[in-house]
Design a protein around this ligand. Structure first.
Ligand code: NAD
Length: 337
């Protein structure tokens, strides 16, 4: 049986996911899309050479009897509404990160899902599907470096648009680290502080860039995350785990090493779409397979909530300059299976 997908939001990642569902992955097909820019949606389908129904409104996609499951790839502030509507319609939904704009919004999704009685939501945190992060986690869980004590991480983009503001460094970008570092260390955050170094001349008035986010976890691990979204040189994700007996580092994406013109060099990627291209394939194939098998296993609404609880504390810390607590309620039994 081919799983029939409806995609809400046909921007950059929406188009990427439509392409991969129809041309790369097995067992699913996009049959309906919507975007507030309807002409843009039609043009995207034409470019991708894909035939699908185009709706004016995401809710029409969710309600369509032709659609079995939903992908939400529209702007961040629309995620909660469409995910809640998919749950109300009883349809599985893959929602790009963030699940909602605040922990409160994520809690609405968690509550609706628990009320429904069965997992319907997977959040688009793809890093746990990345082969590099998986290899790094295996080193940790195999005990090869002892217990983790410190993590040094960096998230660098070459540049961001003018509408990217200081808070978005947390809600749109650090949110990935907030999820993957919990998963990597099997730990939760206890407190957070945000420090602002000298601002790069490549930023703009509404964005303080770079930022350093400092966490303490429940187990006492210290994590520093540098977030630098106008770094100019490339899209670069770094993660180094300092353990009791050794240090483990996220592998670099493979690239040919060049000896040329008296220089030794490797290429650094510049586009996020390329950096995690395989991980996106694996996460969406897992969603398709899990929907067909009747049981979702990927990053859950609870994971989306946990990341947002920490993100809310980061936002508070950005404004206060103080060390802010991260207050995470206990995980409901519903998410333990
Ligand atoms: P984008 O701006 O290129 O595309 C977003 C699209 O959503 C636009 O075409 C816009 O017209 C449409 N849209 C907005 N409101 C809508 C609505 N109410 N109904 C239907 N369509 C609507 O942005 P993008 O880079 O594609 O990002 C989309 C989402 O995916 C964001 O939430 C972003 O955080 C997430 N994202 C995740 C990753 C990842 O690594 N997992 C990477 C990129 C983007």
């Amino acid at each position: 049986m081919t799983l029939k997908l409806g995609v809400i939001g046909t921007g950059a990642i929406g188009q990427e996911h439509i392409r991969r569902c129809n041309n790369v992955l097995q067992g699913a097909k996009v049959v309906a899309v919507s975007d507030i820019n309807v002409d843009g949606a039609r043009a995207a389908l034409q470019r991708l050479n894909i035939e699908a129904e185009v709706y004016q409104d995401g809710h029409q996609v969710i309600q369509s009897p032709e659609v079995d499951a939903i992908l939400v790839t529209s702007w961040d502030p629309t995620h909660e509404e469409f995910t809640l509507a998919a749950i109300a319609a009883g349809k599985p939904v893959f929602c790009e990160k963030p699940l909602a704009m605040s922990a409160e919004g994520c809690r609405h999704v968690v509550e609706a899902e628990i009320k429904h009685g069965k997992r319907l939501v997977q959040v688009g945190f793809m890093r746990p599907y990345d082969s590099g992060y998986r290899a790094l986690k295996k080193v940790i869980t195999d005990g090869e470096i002892g217990e983790p004590l410190m993590l040094h991480c960096a998230h660098r983009n070459p540049t961001v648009p003018e509408n990217y503001t200081t808070d978005m460094a947390i809600t749109n970008t650090v949110i990935h680290e907030l999820d993957v570092l919990r998963w990597l260390t099997n730990d939760d955050y206890k407190s957070v502080q945000v420090v602002f170094p000298r601002v790069t001349s490549k930023s703009h008035a509404k964005l303080k860039d770079p930022q350093i986010v400092l966490f303490e976890t429940q187990k006492g691990v210290r994590i520093d995350v540098e977030i630098f979204v106008n770094c100019a040189y490339g899209y670069d994700i770094q993660c180094e785990v300092v353990g009791e007996t050794g240090i483990a580092k996220l592998p670099e994406p493979s690239s040919v090493q060049l000896r040329k013109d008296a220089k030794l060099s490797n290429t650094i990627l510049v586009d996020w779409k390329d950096r995690f291209i395989d991980a996106y394939d694996v996460e969406l194939q897992a969603f398709i397979n899990d929907v067909k098998a009747g049981q979702l296993t990927g990053p859950s609404a609870w994971d989306g909530f946990a990341a947002s609880v920490a993100a809310d504390a980061c936002l508070k810390a950005q404004n206060s300059g103080a060390i802010e607590p991260v207050e995470m309620p206990p995980r409901p039994d519903f998410y333990n299976h």
